[in-house]
Design a binder for this molecule. Structure first.
Ligand code: S3P
Length: 172
């Protein structure tokens, strides 16, 4: 039986890019949770944070993940903060293979920087902010079933490893 493949990790760890590639290779659906929320709200995530606050966004994210995990098995990429909400990974682990895409704060900051669309990184030293996020979140991220190192790897290389894990451990 196929299980979902849920990708977690810092902003800039490659969840969306790698998730899309892995889904193509697995001929699976791809669920971009932030994308769905932004489309439904008709505005970018930064604006949702600014207008409604982080707590409201976390609730939207939680519901969207609940819907995704209740649907047909797919590759699912929530935003980097979802996995750090208490209980989130434990809940997902029941019906998904959870994979932590590991990136050093320097790598994550470099990859995340050009877009300027991440509210938690606005107006701060991105590397310092990533270090702080990693410190707070790594204890949660470590509850994933598997980890894939993404530093100095292309998205295709990381996707290849994700696909292999999906095939060996999630019934794909
Ligand atoms: C967040 C990460 C973002 C987005 C929101 C909050 C976080 O997604 O969900 O800005 O708390 O780390 P990415 O991880 O795709 O950047």
């Amino acid at each position: 039986m196929k299980r979902h493949v849920v990708l977690i990790g810092l902003p800039g760890s490659g969840k969306t890019t790698v998730g899309r590639l892995a889904a193509e290779q697995l001929q699976a659906g791809f669920v971009d949770v932030d994308g769905i929320i932004a489309r439904r709200e008709g505005k970018p995530i930064t604006m949702i944070f600014a207008e409604k606050g982080e707590a409201a966004f976390r609730e939207m994210e939680r519901k969207e993940m609940e819907t995704a995990l209740g649907a047909a098995p797919a590759v699912v990429a929530p935003g980097g903060g979802w996995a750090a909400q208490p209980g989130a990974i434990e809940e997902a682990r029941r019906c998904a293979l959870v994979i932590y895409l590991r990136a050093r704060p320097e790598t994550a900051a470099q990859r995340a920087a050009p877009e300027g669309t991440r509210p938690l990184l606005l107006g701060e030293d991105p590397v310092a902010r990533m270090r702080q996020l990693l410190k707070e979140r790594e204890p949660f991220y470590r509850n994933a079933h598997a980890e894939v190192d993404t530093d100095r790897k292309t998205p295709s290389q990381v996707s290849f490893e994700v696909v292999r894990l999906a095939q060996s451990s999630a019934g794909w």
